[in-house]
Ligand binder design. Sequence first.
Ligand code: AMP
Ligand code: MG
Length: 323
Amino acid sequence: MSVIAATPDAISEAAALLRSGALVAFPTETVYGLGADATNGAAVASIFEAKGRPHFNPLIVHVADISVAHRLAYIPDGAQRIAEAFWPGPVTLVLKRRPDSGLSDLVSAGLDTVALRMPDHPIARSLLVAAGRPLAAPSANRSGHVSPTQAQHVADDLGDKVAMVLDGGATAHGIESTIIDASSERHVMLRSGSVPGLVIEQALGLKLVRSLQAESLKPRASGQLASHYAPRARVRLNVTHGFTEGEAVLAFGPFEAARHRAVSGPFINLSERADLIEAAANLFAALRKLDALGVPSIAVTPIPEQGLGEAINDRLTRAAAPR
Ligand code: AMP
Ligand code: MG
């Protein structure tokens, strides 16, 4: 990993790294972000791996301008007005994803919405333009550590987990973006942040609903979001034998395909080569696919509780919890 002054050449190099699926940390007006190509599931999975996050939460996707946002999500009138008034800037809009957005499922943690924002930092914006991709970027720190406001903080915290850190000096706000769910006519403030809710209300003459869930949206608890995608099928974990007839199997690792020949239900392997990054990238799409088939239950083979396995197992445990 290298900390590099954000010259035009360095930004081009960073953009190439991002397009190849690598992680690049860059300054925004809030804190340093850990960026990955939001359309590349494995790249997004490696964000969780690098941060050591014990669960998956949906990430904020950064866009170069509002036209990109329109390609990724449906933008109702109210959302359009908020974006026009506050972008670029630290206001994030939660919107319904377009089915052809090309975004990874993991970036939304399996939800049908996506959080978008256009940052107001010259380096972040140049990088977004150069990369030509929307970039997922949570704060560039290990899970549970303090958000980084300087390039060296990122280097100290993430070391070789990040391919490059673009140095743009100290960030201005150090406070996170304000998050508004603007996917419907009702605008819900999911998280307070750099731009006060009142400022948004007064600028646009609209009323924001203060979310009772606001507490549960804080990063530590965000895996508990009530709106998290939950399959209808019953989910059984750590199944190694005794698959039932017609039951779907969600496998991990090389040997399971052979075992499954014994049963007739649908079969998906999250990663035949037992790669946790690949498995994380495939997880939500796999759950949706099996669920769409209408299977009564999904048997999941054991997934090691190490690295990203912890977040994968956390998600599957929630899916398996009685409802
Ligand atoms: P961070 O990137 O760490 O600042 O955290 C992003 C925040 O945005 C988390 O609190 C998420 O729960 C929230 N968020 C991102 N996407 C969505 C979404 N689709 N729906 C609701 N909340 C979201
Ligand atoms: Mg953070």
